[in-house]
Design a protein around this ligand. Structure first.
Ligand SMILES: C[S@@+](CC[C@H](N)C(=O)[O-])C[C@H]1O[C@@H](n2cnc3c(N)ncnc32)[C@H](O)[C@@H]1O
Length: 188
């Protein structure tokens, strides 16, 4: 597990607002069901999803991020639980209705195998009807790799494939940078 993000998360709400398209997708289910946010960070998505009425479990290796998120959950009495855990050691996927993986995959040479094997393991363990929401940077071959991994055994029902734009604002100097993202949603 890496503790790198503990340092980054000294800045509260580092990654800013959630993708509106992601919130829109979940809002369509009017707050029913259990969500697992793998690598939830400071709760950029977990908090608004709990506010929509979902029962959310967020896991992350950053204790600082989890503590910030749990403080918000407690203050607002949300059905949101944050746990410090390594996502690659988590296995209890079958109880969730939605699994969210936002900005978790790089598919770089040295971590591609671990990441694609992890996706395949999740797909094999989730229950029928579970939806997985991937938000991945749309650069290089990342989306190709994601799509091939998703379709590895048998093609799943594809619910959405949307182009997103992420704007990161450096809170210290106000500098903004844009990155293209894709949101791919599949249902088992
Ligand atoms: C780019 S951030 C994305 C955070 C959040 N999903 C979001 O979109 O705001 C990546 C997150 O993954 C977490 N992370 C990276 N590797 C992890 C691992 N093996 N287990 C748990 N969390 C991990 C980091 O601590 C960090 O919070």
């Amino acid at each position: 597990m890496t503790a790198t993000y503990d340092q980054y998360y000294q800045t509260e709400n580092l990654f800013g607002k959630p993708f509106p398209e992601l919130i829109e997708f979940f809002a369509g289910y009017s707050g029913k069901g259990k969500v697992l946010d793998l690598g939830c960070g400071q709760g950029r998505d977990s908090v608004p999803l709990a506010r929509l009425g979902f029962n959310v479990t967020g896991i992350d290796s950053s204790q600082v991020g989890i503590e910030q998120m749990n403080r918000t959950a407690e203050a607002e009495n949300l059905t949101l639980t944050g746990k410090v855990t390594d996502i690659f050691e988590f296995d209890n996927f079958a109880e969730y209705d939605f699994i969210l993986l936002n900005s978790m995959f790089h598919f770089a040479k040295n971590d591609r195998e671990q990441e694609t094997n992890f996706i395949k393991r999740i797909l094999s363990k989730i229950k029928n009807g579970c939806r997985i929401v991937f938000c991945v940077q749309d650069t290089g071959k990342k989306i190709d790799i994601l799509n091939k991994t998703i379709d590895f055994e048998k093609p799943l029902n594809r619910l959405a494939d949307k182009k997103l734009e992420y704007v990161f604002e450096n809170k210290e100097n106000g500098h903004k940078s844009k990155t293209n993202y894709r949101m791919v949603i599949v249902e088992k």
